[in-house]
Design a protein around this ligand. Structure first.
Ligand code: UT7
Length: 324
């Protein structure tokens, strides 16, 4: 028997306010056409002024618990992937525990920017396989609207707010790659690239939270190659190939990166879950949002083989292969 971390529930939340590309034309030298053709984004959601990352996270979490038929106290661990926490500390995960009314278990945040959810998912898998937790609530939640420079047209038109959540539970399985659950993970980071995407403030430097800065074109040139190689590495670890893949569920940063990666992997765009036209880039929330929307749309079904892949600030990049 082999222990596997199997998905038991999924949910997401997007704030009410939807901002179409055209809205940026009023304040910036940009156009709906430029944003659509260069990124694939058509609209994004922004959190209300009084909504924090943990508020978004907790709604997604409640929906995931409901879909799993579980109560908050059935959960042993909460892991939140975010780079936009409510406060410097405590963690968003502990705020989620409190808002859910959880009275047991443990929680912590993972910060690997846009790759955060992949890192959190791999970590949740390790917690389960290592015997630290039987059921883990893994959340990606962001309010990137709070770290935008609204005068920088090259970044502020790309990002959005949202949250997605998964519940993983340890289950005995056959030990083959036909098992449901997480089958493999591949994680990477390389701090030499840190200037490509960063926030220009922080606790021990400026004492402020700062604004996002990105060398979009340089990052774009890194993205397709690194995403392809991490997806291939994760598939190889699971003893699978591109032909076995039912769905790629990529980080939603740019449609041209998503298409380029699918092409290099030799996988048709019919097998890629794409949500960025409606969500923009929601950083660590983009993959769990795409998983939840993919299930809602009837794309992702039990037994399907999924490859999640993401790259972001650090640079940090990685891939998790799982059977839904
Ligand atoms: O989630 C983390 C990972 N993030 C990513 O992977 C993002 C990766 N990068 C990208 O998605 C793309 O590089 C962008 C969408 C950010 C930009 O697309 P690009 O094709 O790389 O454009 P560029 O940065 O090379 O800029 C092309 C032109 C420039 O004008 P000049 O210098 O050619 O005259 C920019 O100033 O487009 C201009 N530009 C804009 N024009 C209208 C930049 N932003 C805008 C804008 N509206 N919003």
């Amino acid at each position: 028997m082999t222990l596997r971390a199997v998905v038991k529930g999924v949910g997401h939340y997007l704030p009410d306010r939807i901002v179409p590309n055209a809205e940026f034309e009023k304040t910036l030298d940009t156009s709906d056409e430029w944003i659509r053709t260069r990124s694939g984004i058509e609209r994004r959601h922004f959190a209300a002024e009084d909504q924090t990352t943990s508020d978004l996270a907790v709604i997604a979490a409640k929906r995931a618990l409901e879909s799993a038929g579980l109560e908050p106290d059935d959960i042993d661990a909460v892991i939140v992937a975010t780079s936009t926490p409510d406060l410097t500390f405590p963690s968003v995960a502990t705020m989620v525990q409190d808002k859910l009314g959880m009275t047991r278990g443990f929680g912590f945040d993972v910060q690997a920017v846009c790759a955060g959810f992949v890192f959190a998912l791999a970590n949740a898998n390790s917690q389960i396989l290592g015997g630290m937790a039987k059921r883990v609530l893994v959340i990606g939640a962001e309010t990137f609207s709070r770290i935008m420079d609204w005068e920088d047209r090259a970044t502020c038109v790309l990002f959005g707010d949202g949250a997605g959540a998964l519940i993983l539970e340890g289950e005995d399985a056959g030990g083959t790659n036909s098992d449901r659950g997480v089958l493999s993970a591949d994680l990477n980071s390389d701090g030499r690239y840190r200037d490509m995407l960063y926030v220009d403030g922080g606790v021990s430097t400026t004492g402020t939270s700062g604004k996002l800065r990105m060398q979009g074109n340089a990052l774009f040139r890194q993205a397709v190659g690194k995403l392809t190689s991490t997806a291939e590495a994760a598939l190889e670890k699971a003893g699978l190939t591109d032909d076995d893949v039912d769905w790629i569920v990529p980080h939603q940063a740019n449609i041209r990166i998503i298409q380029g990666t699918a092409k290099k992997l030799g996988i048709s765009m019919d097998k890629v879950v794409v949500t960025l036209q409606d969500h923009g880039n929601t950083s660590a929330a983009s993959i769990p949002l795409a998983l939840s929307v993919g299930v809602e749309r009837g794309q992702i079904k039990p037994g399907d083989l999924l490859v999640t892949e993401a790259i972001g600030g650090g640079l940090a990049w990685g891939s998790v292969v799982l059977r839904w």
